[in-house]
Design a protein around this ligand. Structure first.
Ligand SMILES: [Zn+2]
Length: 415
């Protein structure tokens, strides 16, 4: 931990200091002129704040290595602290520890047979994260971001009516993790966190308004508006799995009919695969079923690769249903990109193509002429990267900046 040789509390003007620090953090390396242009703050104030940040050990001056770089550049001291990004799926835990510039220090995966019991599951997550910290000599985390695979009340940090794991309802996740690790913790639903990860390091870097759809066992979306997650009044913005698909009467587990998830979710598709196998319409799926293996969405992908007509049609049908719902969102929200992530992206270009076609055919030209409909580039990494980004942005926000410094940078008693 960094040791400060003076009383840093007296030195901080939170808003300007955090503004300057975040400009340096977000730009990698930048000179004083660049900071002046981006901040709109006077040169003398910037000099004062830079000196403060250097004394705190939060930033350093980079000496030019050749004559072409005449001006000193500033960069953050990324190794003075670490944050964790944790992402829980239905069958797997993924976590990573990052430096303050989101470089990976350590990564880990852990398989779960069941996440039904919140006490047991969170006990394992806490144990695994502590173990990872110990293995990499991380004594304290500056913050932890966590994504969970169900609706989360973001403000309270608790799950809200999770459909398949009822014991988690109201479980005080944020409080438990903050007590265990002694640092700020933010918990959010998986799709929001993945959307943030995609915007930070995936295919939508530099885009401030885009839509991320996770198509897996369930279907959900995350909206990035003006560079931040849009959560809505109660935190459930983007919950698109139960929007009705035109002309469908499929029975959904929520009690309604025609929900997108009941038409194009992974579970519904596995059920349709079974019907195609039983009726003999898909020779490929029938051959697999005859071996006693339970059919999943992955078998539909394999069938399409083997040119099984019914499998290809099923993928196109699922893509069309998702695209029709996505078109409503595109019409309403006018995003620059529509990014598709989650397990069903294994269906590949046939799937993405069907989504794109449905979106374009049902949206005005102005909303789609430069709309990018594409697959997530990060796959399994989007979750932990997004969770890490979530907490990093929070601890360095203007409201939290001085608290973060007070908590993590010690004053020297001998100064
Ligand atoms: Zn439903």
């Amino acid at each position: 931990m960094f040791v400060l040789n003076m009383r840093h509390k007296d030195m901080i003007t939170p808003n300007t200091t955090s503004l300057i620090y975040n400009i340096i953090r977000q730009n990698g390396e930048i000179n004083r002129m660049g900071i002046t242009e981006l901040s709109g703050v006077s040169k003398s104030t910037i000099s004062l704040q830079i000196n403060k940040l250097i004394k705190l050990g939060l930033i350093e001056e980079k000496i030019p290595t050749d004559a072409s770089q005449r001006k000193l550049k500033l960069r953050i001291c990324e190794h003075i602290g670490a944050v964790a990004g944790v992402f829980l799926g239905i069958t797997k835990l993924t976590m990573a520890i990052y430096t303050l510039d989101m470089s990976v220090i350590a990564e880990k995966e852990y398989p779960f047979d069941s996440i039904n019991d919140p006490v047991e599951t969170n006990g394992i997550i806490i144990e695994q994260l502590k173990l990872l910290c110990r293995e990499h000599q991380i004594k304290t985390l500056w913050g932890i971001g966590i994504g969970f695979p169900f609706p989360v009340n973001f403000r309270e940090g608790k799950p809200d009516s999770p459909p398949n794991v009822p014991l988690w309802h109201g479980y005080p996740l944020k409080d438990i993790y903050e007590k265990e690790f002694g640092c700020p913790v933010l918990v959010d639903n998986d799709v929001n966190v993945m959307a943030l990860g995609e915007g930070f390091r995936g295919c939508t870097v530099n885009e401030s308004d885009f839509l991320f759809i996770k198509a897996g066992t369930g279907i959900g979306s995350g909206l990035i508006v003006d560079g931040d997650i849009y959560r809505g009044a109660n935190g459930c913005a983007g919950d698109i799995g139960h929007i009705a698909v035109d002309g469908s009467s499929a029975q959904c587990h929520c009690g309604n009919t025609g929900c997108l998830e009941a038409v194009a979710g992974g579970k519904a598709l596995a059920e349709k695969a079974k019907q195609l196998a039983e009726s003999g319409k898909s020779p490929y799926l029938k051959a697999i079923m005859d071996t006693g293996v339970e059919l999943t969405a992955a078998h539909i992908s394999e069938g399409a690769i083997h040119a099984d007509f019914a499998c290809i049609q099923l993928i196109k049908h699922a893509g069309k249903a998702i695209g029709e719902v996505a078109a409503k969102l595109v019409n309403f929200f006018n995003p620059s990109s529509l990014v598709i992530g989650g397990g069903l992206t294994g269906f590949g270009n046939i799937f993405i193509g069907a989504i794109r076609e449905a979106v374009i055919s049902r949206s005005p030209h102005l909303a789609t002429y430069d709309l990018n409909v594409r697959m997530s580039e990060l796959e399994g990494k989007a979750g932990p990267i997004g969770a890490g980004t979530l907490i990093l942005e929070y601890i360095f926000s203007s409201g939290q900046f001085s608290t973060t410094i007070d908590r993590n940078i010690e004053e020297s008693t001998g100064a």
